[in-house]
Design a protein around this ligand. Structure first.
Ligand SMILES: Nc1ncnc2c1ncn2[C@@H]1O[C@H](COP(=O)(O)OP(=O)(O)OP(=O)(O)O)[C@@H](O)[C@H]1O
Ligand SMILES: *[C@@H]1O[C@H](CO)[C@@H](O)[C@H](O)[C@H]1NC(C)=O
Ligand SMILES: *[C@@H]1O[C@H](CO)[C@@H](O)[C@H](O)[C@H]1NC(C)=O
Ligand SMILES: *[C@@H]1O[C@H](CO)[C@@H](O)[C@H](O)[C@H]1NC(C)=O
Ligand SMILES: *[C@@H]1O[C@H](CO)[C@@H](O)[C@H](O)[C@H]1NC(C)=O
Ligand SMILES: CC(=O)N[C@H]1CO[C@H](CO)[C@@H](O)[C@@H]1O
Length: 320
Protein backbone atom coordinates (compact mmCIF):
# COMPACT_ATOMS: atom_id res chain seq x y z
CA UNK A 1 0.00 0.00 0.00
CA UNK A 2 1.29 3.42 -0.91
CA UNK A 3 1.91 5.45 2.20
CA UNK A 4 1.42 9.19 1.99
CA UNK A 5 1.21 11.72 4.76
CA UNK A 6 -1.88 13.73 5.55
CA UNK A 7 -0.23 16.94 4.37
CA UNK A 8 0.85 15.33 1.08
CA UNK A 9 -2.69 14.12 0.48
CA UNK A 10 -4.06 17.58 1.16
CA UNK A 11 -1.47 19.23 -1.11
CA UNK A 12 -2.36 16.78 -3.91
CA UNK A 13 -6.03 17.55 -3.50
CA UNK A 14 -5.33 21.28 -3.68
CA UNK A 15 -3.33 20.85 -6.88
CA UNK A 16 -6.09 18.80 -8.51
CA UNK A 17 -8.52 21.68 -7.91
CA UNK A 18 -6.37 24.33 -9.58
CA UNK A 19 -8.34 26.78 -11.66
CA UNK A 20 -11.67 26.14 -9.93
CA UNK A 21 -13.44 28.79 -7.90
CA UNK A 22 -12.38 28.99 -4.28
CA UNK A 23 -13.94 29.50 -0.87
CA UNK A 24 -12.40 32.36 1.12
CA UNK A 25 -12.47 32.70 4.91
CA UNK A 26 -11.65 36.18 6.22
CA UNK A 27 -10.73 36.86 9.83
CA UNK A 28 -8.02 36.38 12.37
CA UNK A 29 -5.29 33.87 13.18
CA UNK A 30 -3.59 33.70 16.55
CA UNK A 31 -1.57 31.33 18.68
CA UNK A 32 -2.13 29.69 22.03
CA UNK A 33 0.70 28.19 24.04
CA UNK A 34 -1.21 25.64 26.09
CA UNK A 35 0.45 24.34 29.26
CA UNK A 36 -1.18 21.45 31.11
CA UNK A 37 -0.24 21.18 34.79
CA UNK A 38 -1.44 18.95 37.62
CA UNK A 39 -1.21 21.69 40.21
CA UNK A 40 -1.41 25.43 39.76
CA UNK A 41 1.97 27.18 40.12
CA UNK A 42 2.59 29.46 43.06
CA UNK A 43 4.25 32.82 42.54
CA UNK A 44 8.00 32.70 41.92
CA UNK A 45 7.90 28.91 41.49
CA UNK A 46 10.06 27.08 38.96
CA UNK A 47 8.01 24.13 37.79
CA UNK A 48 7.83 21.60 34.99
CA UNK A 49 4.57 21.32 33.04
CA UNK A 50 2.97 18.00 32.19
CA UNK A 51 2.59 18.92 28.53
CA UNK A 52 3.00 21.97 26.38
CA UNK A 53 1.74 22.61 22.85
CA UNK A 54 1.27 25.39 20.33
CA UNK A 55 -2.25 25.72 18.93
CA UNK A 56 -3.16 27.84 15.99
CA UNK A 57 -6.42 29.60 16.74
CA UNK A 58 -8.79 32.23 15.46
CA UNK A 59 -12.31 31.48 14.31
CA UNK A 60 -11.80 31.98 10.57
CA UNK A 61 -8.58 29.98 10.45
CA UNK A 62 -10.19 27.16 12.44
CA UNK A 63 -13.15 27.05 10.07
CA UNK A 64 -10.72 27.10 7.10
CA UNK A 65 -8.85 23.97 8.09
CA UNK A 66 -12.07 22.05 8.72
CA UNK A 67 -13.55 23.18 5.43
CA UNK A 68 -10.35 22.22 3.59
CA UNK A 69 -10.86 18.63 4.67
CA UNK A 70 -14.52 18.55 3.58
CA UNK A 71 -14.68 20.60 0.43
CA UNK A 72 -14.08 19.72 -3.19
CA UNK A 73 -12.85 23.30 -3.54
CA UNK A 74 -9.69 25.12 -2.64
CA UNK A 75 -10.14 26.92 0.66
CA UNK A 76 -8.18 30.08 1.30
CA UNK A 77 -7.64 31.80 4.61
CA UNK A 78 -7.11 35.56 4.60
CA UNK A 79 -5.67 37.06 7.79
CA UNK A 80 -2.92 39.46 8.84
CA UNK A 81 0.41 38.03 10.01
CA UNK A 82 3.34 39.31 12.01
CA UNK A 83 6.82 39.36 10.45
CA UNK A 84 8.11 37.27 13.36
CA UNK A 85 8.98 33.57 13.28
CA UNK A 86 5.81 32.71 15.23
CA UNK A 87 3.83 33.25 12.01
CA UNK A 88 5.47 30.12 10.64
CA UNK A 89 3.57 28.00 13.17
CA UNK A 90 0.32 29.39 11.76
CA UNK A 91 1.36 28.96 8.12
CA UNK A 92 2.68 25.43 8.63
CA UNK A 93 -0.55 24.40 10.27
CA UNK A 94 -2.64 25.85 7.42
CA UNK A 95 -0.41 24.03 4.95
CA UNK A 96 -0.80 20.76 6.78
CA UNK A 97 -4.51 20.95 5.99
CA UNK A 98 -3.99 22.13 2.40
CA UNK A 99 -5.44 25.58 3.16
CA UNK A 100 -4.18 28.37 0.87
CA UNK A 101 -2.87 31.58 2.38
CA UNK A 102 -1.23 33.42 -0.51
CA UNK A 103 -2.99 36.73 0.08
CA UNK A 104 -2.25 37.07 3.79
CA UNK A 105 -0.81 40.46 4.71
CA UNK A 106 2.45 40.62 6.68
CA UNK A 107 2.93 43.58 9.04
CA UNK A 108 6.50 44.48 9.99
CA UNK A 109 7.30 45.26 13.64
CA UNK A 110 4.30 43.42 15.05
CA UNK A 111 3.81 40.32 17.15
CA UNK A 112 1.51 37.35 16.52
CA UNK A 113 -1.41 37.66 18.94
CA UNK A 114 -0.45 34.98 21.44
CA UNK A 115 -2.08 33.75 24.61
CA UNK A 116 -0.44 31.63 27.25
CA UNK A 117 -2.95 29.16 28.65
CA UNK A 118 -2.46 27.22 31.88
CA UNK A 119 -4.84 24.29 32.16
CA UNK A 120 -5.02 22.70 35.61
CA UNK A 121 -5.85 19.07 34.91
CA UNK A 122 -7.04 18.45 38.45
CA UNK A 123 -9.41 21.38 38.92
CA UNK A 124 -10.15 22.01 35.23
CA UNK A 125 -9.45 25.76 35.44
CA UNK A 126 -8.06 27.59 32.40
CA UNK A 127 -5.98 30.65 33.22
CA UNK A 128 -5.31 32.76 30.13
CA UNK A 129 -2.69 35.49 29.67
CA UNK A 130 -3.29 37.58 26.53
CA UNK A 131 -0.16 38.87 24.82
CA UNK A 132 0.81 41.80 22.65
CA UNK A 133 -2.01 43.02 20.40
CA UNK A 134 0.16 45.09 18.06
CA UNK A 135 -0.94 43.22 14.92
CA UNK A 136 -3.53 45.27 12.96
CA UNK A 137 -6.59 43.47 11.64
CA UNK A 138 -7.30 43.12 7.96
CA UNK A 139 -8.25 46.39 6.24
CA UNK A 140 -10.35 47.07 3.19
CA UNK A 141 -7.19 48.09 1.26
CA UNK A 142 -5.85 44.55 1.78
CA UNK A 143 -9.07 42.92 0.60
CA UNK A 144 -9.30 45.30 -2.36
CA UNK A 145 -6.23 43.65 -3.92
CA UNK A 146 -7.99 40.30 -4.40
CA UNK A 147 -9.32 39.24 -7.75
CA UNK A 148 -12.91 38.47 -6.81
CA UNK A 149 -13.66 36.38 -9.89
CA UNK A 150 -11.58 33.57 -8.31
CA UNK A 151 -14.11 33.04 -5.52
CA UNK A 152 -17.58 31.53 -5.21
CA UNK A 153 -18.14 31.97 -1.47
CA UNK A 154 -16.62 34.44 1.00
CA UNK A 155 -17.12 34.10 4.75
CA UNK A 156 -16.40 36.90 7.22
CA UNK A 157 -15.67 36.61 10.89
CA UNK A 158 -17.50 39.81 11.84
CA UNK A 159 -14.74 41.52 13.80
CA UNK A 160 -13.88 44.97 12.49
CA UNK A 161 -17.34 45.87 11.26
CA UNK A 162 -16.33 49.12 9.49
CA UNK A 163 -13.78 47.32 7.35
CA UNK A 164 -15.92 44.22 6.75
CA UNK A 165 -18.82 46.38 5.52
CA UNK A 166 -16.55 47.96 2.90
CA UNK A 167 -15.37 44.54 1.78
CA UNK A 168 -18.94 43.27 1.38
CA UNK A 169 -19.95 46.39 -0.56
CA UNK A 170 -17.18 45.62 -3.01
CA UNK A 171 -18.49 42.06 -3.43
CA UNK A 172 -22.01 43.39 -4.05
CA UNK A 173 -20.74 45.67 -6.83
CA UNK A 174 -18.91 42.71 -8.34
CA UNK A 175 -22.07 40.58 -8.15
CA UNK A 176 -24.15 43.18 -9.98
CA UNK A 177 -21.78 42.94 -12.90
CA UNK A 178 -21.55 39.18 -13.40
CA UNK A 179 -23.90 36.40 -14.48
CA UNK A 180 -25.92 34.60 -11.82
CA UNK A 181 -23.58 31.58 -11.92
CA UNK A 182 -20.56 33.73 -11.16
CA UNK A 183 -22.02 35.55 -8.17
CA UNK A 184 -20.23 35.24 -4.86
CA UNK A 185 -22.25 34.10 -1.85
CA UNK A 186 -21.47 36.07 1.31
CA UNK A 187 -21.69 34.59 4.80
CA UNK A 188 -20.96 36.47 7.97
CA UNK A 189 -20.66 35.48 11.60
CA UNK A 190 -22.10 37.85 14.19
CA UNK A 191 -20.44 36.83 17.36
CA UNK A 192 -19.09 39.55 19.57
CA UNK A 193 -21.78 41.26 21.61
CA UNK A 194 -20.99 44.69 20.23
CA UNK A 195 -23.60 47.17 19.10
CA UNK A 196 -22.00 47.88 15.70
CA UNK A 197 -22.39 44.20 14.76
CA UNK A 198 -26.07 44.83 14.00
CA UNK A 199 -25.00 46.52 10.76
CA UNK A 200 -23.87 43.14 9.46
CA UNK A 201 -27.37 41.59 9.45
CA UNK A 202 -28.49 43.08 6.11
CA UNK A 203 -25.19 42.13 4.45
CA UNK A 204 -25.06 38.34 4.33
CA UNK A 205 -26.75 35.75 2.15
CA UNK A 206 -26.09 33.49 5.14
CA UNK A 207 -25.83 35.04 8.60
CA UNK A 208 -24.61 33.13 11.65
CA UNK A 209 -25.67 34.57 15.01
CA UNK A 210 -23.94 33.16 18.08
CA UNK A 211 -25.76 32.09 21.23
CA UNK A 212 -23.78 34.73 23.13
CA UNK A 213 -25.01 37.45 20.82
CA UNK A 214 -28.61 36.19 20.98
CA UNK A 215 -28.48 36.20 24.78
CA UNK A 216 -26.94 39.66 24.74
CA UNK A 217 -29.91 40.81 22.67
CA UNK A 218 -32.22 39.39 25.32
CA UNK A 219 -33.42 36.27 23.45
CA UNK A 220 -33.79 33.08 25.41
CA UNK A 221 -34.18 30.68 22.50
CA UNK A 222 -32.62 30.40 19.06
CA UNK A 223 -36.07 30.44 17.45
CA UNK A 224 -36.95 33.81 18.99
CA UNK A 225 -33.54 35.16 18.02
CA UNK A 226 -34.05 34.17 14.37
CA UNK A 227 -37.58 35.58 14.14
CA UNK A 228 -36.52 38.80 15.87
CA UNK A 229 -33.47 39.38 13.72
CA UNK A 230 -35.11 38.39 10.44
CA UNK A 231 -36.50 41.93 10.09
CA UNK A 232 -32.92 43.22 9.72
CA UNK A 233 -31.73 40.77 7.07
CA UNK A 234 -31.88 41.13 3.33
CA UNK A 235 -34.47 39.36 1.26
CA UNK A 236 -33.67 35.66 0.68
CA UNK A 237 -31.26 35.51 3.60
CA UNK A 238 -30.67 32.31 5.56
CA UNK A 239 -30.22 33.04 9.25
CA UNK A 240 -28.57 30.43 11.48
CA UNK A 241 -28.13 30.13 15.23
CA UNK A 242 -26.24 27.27 16.94
CA UNK A 243 -27.15 26.50 20.53
CA UNK A 244 -24.49 24.18 22.00
CA UNK A 245 -25.69 20.68 22.86
CA UNK A 246 -29.27 21.57 21.79
CA UNK A 247 -28.07 21.68 18.18
CA UNK A 248 -28.91 24.51 15.81
CA UNK A 249 -31.81 26.42 14.27
CA UNK A 250 -32.09 28.02 10.86
CA UNK A 251 -34.57 30.39 9.25
CA UNK A 252 -34.94 29.71 5.54
CA UNK A 253 -35.33 32.17 2.65
CA UNK A 254 -39.13 31.81 2.85
CA UNK A 255 -39.27 32.23 6.64
CA UNK A 256 -39.61 28.52 7.52
CA UNK A 257 -37.87 27.58 10.74
CA UNK A 258 -35.71 24.42 10.75
CA UNK A 259 -33.94 22.63 13.58
CA UNK A 260 -31.33 19.94 14.00
CA UNK A 261 -30.67 18.31 17.37
CA UNK A 262 -27.14 18.03 18.73
CA UNK A 263 -25.28 14.77 18.13
CA UNK A 264 -23.07 14.33 21.19
CA UNK A 265 -20.19 11.86 20.88
CA UNK A 266 -19.92 8.92 23.28
CA UNK A 267 -17.45 10.91 25.31
CA UNK A 268 -16.94 14.69 25.12
CA UNK A 269 -13.23 15.40 24.70
CA UNK A 270 -13.12 19.09 23.69
CA UNK A 271 -15.88 21.50 22.68
CA UNK A 272 -13.48 24.35 21.80
CA UNK A 273 -13.99 25.35 18.18
CA UNK A 274 -17.23 23.35 17.88
CA UNK A 275 -18.80 26.55 16.56
CA UNK A 276 -16.05 27.05 13.97
CA UNK A 277 -16.50 23.44 12.88
CA UNK A 278 -20.28 23.88 12.66
CA UNK A 279 -19.86 26.96 10.44
CA UNK A 280 -17.51 25.04 8.14
CA UNK A 281 -20.10 22.26 7.87
CA UNK A 282 -22.84 24.72 6.91
CA UNK A 283 -20.73 26.44 4.25
CA UNK A 284 -19.69 23.09 2.76
CA UNK A 285 -23.21 21.76 2.62
CA UNK A 286 -24.84 24.93 1.27
CA UNK A 287 -22.11 25.48 -1.33
CA UNK A 288 -23.03 22.05 -2.66
CA UNK A 289 -26.63 23.10 -3.08
CA UNK A 290 -28.15 21.16 -0.16
CA UNK A 291 -31.25 22.41 1.65
CA UNK A 292 -30.94 24.37 4.88
CA UNK A 293 -32.53 21.51 6.85
CA UNK A 294 -30.05 18.92 5.62
CA UNK A 295 -27.18 21.39 6.06
CA UNK A 296 -28.13 21.91 9.72
CA UNK A 297 -28.17 18.15 10.28
CA UNK A 298 -24.83 17.72 8.56
CA UNK A 299 -23.13 20.57 10.46
CA UNK A 300 -24.45 19.35 13.84
CA UNK A 301 -23.23 15.80 13.14
CA UNK A 302 -19.83 17.19 12.15
CA UNK A 303 -19.60 19.51 15.19
CA UNK A 304 -20.71 16.65 17.46
CA UNK A 305 -17.95 14.48 16.01
CA UNK A 306 -15.46 17.27 16.70
CA UNK A 307 -16.52 17.36 20.37
CA UNK A 308 -15.31 13.75 20.63
CA UNK A 309 -11.76 14.49 19.43
CA UNK A 310 -8.99 16.87 20.33
CA UNK A 311 -8.12 19.37 17.61
CA UNK A 312 -9.62 19.71 14.15
CA UNK A 313 -8.63 16.61 12.18
CA UNK A 314 -12.09 15.47 11.02
CA UNK A 315 -10.96 13.00 8.34
CA UNK A 316 -12.56 10.08 10.20
CA UNK A 317 -15.90 11.90 9.92
CA UNK A 318 -15.42 12.68 6.25
CA UNK A 319 -14.76 9.02 5.47
CA UNK A 320 -17.47 7.62 7.74
N1 LIG B 1 -21.81 19.42 24.21
C1 LIG B 1 -22.12 19.26 22.93
N2 LIG B 1 -22.65 18.10 22.49
C2 LIG B 1 -23.00 17.92 21.19
N3 LIG B 1 -22.84 18.85 20.26
C3 LIG B 1 -22.31 20.02 20.63
C4 LIG B 1 -21.92 20.31 21.97
N4 LIG B 1 -21.43 21.56 22.02
C5 LIG B 1 -21.51 22.04 20.77
N5 LIG B 1 -22.04 21.12 19.92
C6 LIG B 1 -22.28 21.28 18.48
O1 LIG B 1 -21.55 22.40 18.03
C7 LIG B 1 -22.40 23.37 17.44
C8 LIG B 1 -21.88 24.74 17.79
O2 LIG B 1 -22.02 24.93 19.17
P1 LIG B 1 -21.87 26.34 19.86
O3 LIG B 1 -22.48 27.36 19.03
O4 LIG B 1 -22.27 26.20 21.26
O5 LIG B 1 -20.30 26.48 19.77
P2 LIG B 1 -19.44 27.70 20.24
O6 LIG B 1 -19.74 27.99 21.66
O7 LIG B 1 -19.56 28.77 19.22
O8 LIG B 1 -18.04 26.98 20.11
P3 LIG B 1 -16.62 27.67 20.01
O9 LIG B 1 -16.80 29.07 20.48
O10 LIG B 1 -15.78 26.86 20.93
O11 LIG B 1 -16.22 27.55 18.59
C9 LIG B 1 -23.78 23.07 17.99
O12 LIG B 1 -24.77 23.42 17.06
C10 LIG B 1 -23.75 21.55 18.21
O13 LIG B 1 -24.10 20.89 17.00
C1 LIG C 1 4.35 44.80 21.13
O1 LIG C 1 5.23 44.42 20.08
C2 LIG C 1 5.80 45.52 19.38
C3 LIG C 1 6.61 44.98 18.20
O2 LIG C 1 7.46 43.96 18.55
C4 LIG C 1 6.66 46.33 20.36
O3 LIG C 1 7.22 47.43 19.69
C5 LIG C 1 5.79 46.81 21.51
O4 LIG C 1 6.55 47.46 22.47
C6 LIG C 1 5.06 45.62 22.19
N1 LIG C 1 4.12 46.12 23.15
C7 LIG C 1 3.90 45.51 24.32
C8 LIG C 1 2.88 46.15 25.20
O5 LIG C 1 4.51 44.50 24.66
C1 LIG D 1 -11.01 48.83 12.38
O1 LIG D 1 -9.95 49.01 11.45
C2 LIG D 1 -9.62 50.36 11.23
C3 LIG D 1 -8.58 50.42 10.12
O2 LIG D 1 -7.50 49.56 10.38
C4 LIG D 1 -9.13 50.98 12.53
O3 LIG D 1 -8.84 52.35 12.33
C5 LIG D 1 -10.22 50.84 13.60
O4 LIG D 1 -9.73 51.29 14.83
C6 LIG D 1 -10.65 49.38 13.75
N1 LIG D 1 -11.77 49.27 14.64
C7 LIG D 1 -11.85 48.34 15.56
C8 LIG D 1 -13.10 48.36 16.39
O5 LIG D 1 -10.98 47.50 15.74
C1 LIG E 1 -18.62 46.36 -14.38
O1 LIG E 1 -18.46 46.12 -15.76
C2 LIG E 1 -18.07 47.26 -16.51
C3 LIG E 1 -18.09 46.90 -17.99
O2 LIG E 1 -17.44 45.68 -18.22
C4 LIG E 1 -16.70 47.74 -16.03
O3 LIG E 1 -16.31 48.90 -16.73
C5 LIG E 1 -16.78 48.04 -14.54
O4 LIG E 1 -15.50 48.37 -14.04
C6 LIG E 1 -17.31 46.84 -13.78
N1 LIG E 1 -17.51 47.20 -12.39
C7 LIG E 1 -17.14 46.39 -11.39
C8 LIG E 1 -17.45 46.90 -10.02
O5 LIG E 1 -16.58 45.33 -11.55
C1 LIG F 1 -9.23 26.75 17.22
O1 LIG F 1 -9.10 25.36 17.33
C2 LIG F 1 -8.07 24.95 18.20
C3 LIG F 1 -7.97 23.43 18.10
O2 LIG F 1 -9.19 22.82 18.39
C4 LIG F 1 -8.37 25.43 19.61
O3 LIG F 1 -7.29 25.08 20.47
C5 LIG F 1 -8.56 26.92 19.60
O4 LIG F 1 -8.94 27.37 20.86
C6 LIG F 1 -9.63 27.29 18.58
N1 LIG F 1 -9.74 28.75 18.51
C7 LIG F 1 -10.88 29.38 18.72
C8 LIG F 1 -10.83 30.86 18.57
O5 LIG F 1 -11.93 28.81 18.98
C1 LIG G 1 -10.40 34.94 18.65
C2 LIG G 1 -11.89 34.91 18.69
O1 LIG G 1 -12.57 35.81 18.23
N1 LIG G 1 -12.44 33.84 19.19
C3 LIG G 1 -13.86 33.66 19.29
C4 LIG G 1 -14.29 32.49 18.44
O2 LIG G 1 -15.63 32.18 18.65
C5 LIG G 1 -15.99 31.91 19.99
C6 LIG G 1 -17.47 31.59 20.04
O3 LIG G 1 -18.00 31.16 18.82
C7 LIG G 1 -15.66 33.08 20.88
O4 LIG G 1 -15.94 32.76 22.23
C8 LIG G 1 -14.22 33.45 20.73
O5 LIG G 1 -13.95 34.64 21.46
Amino acid sequence: MKKTSFSNDMAEKRKSLDGQKKILMVGLACLDLVNVVDSYPIEDQDMRVESQRWCRGGNASNSSVVLSQLADSVVECLVTLSDKATSQIILQDLEKYGTSHENCVVHPDTETPTSVVIVNKVTGTRTILHGNRSLPELRFEDFDKLSLSKYKWIHFEGRNVTEVLKMIDKINLHNENVSEDDRITVSVEIEKPRIECQHLFPKGDVVFVSKDYARHQGYETAGECLEGNSVHTKDQCRLICAWGEDGAWGRDKDGTLHHSPGFPPERIVETLAAGDTFNAGIVFSLVNGNSLQSSLLYACRLAGFKCGIQGLDVRKFVHS
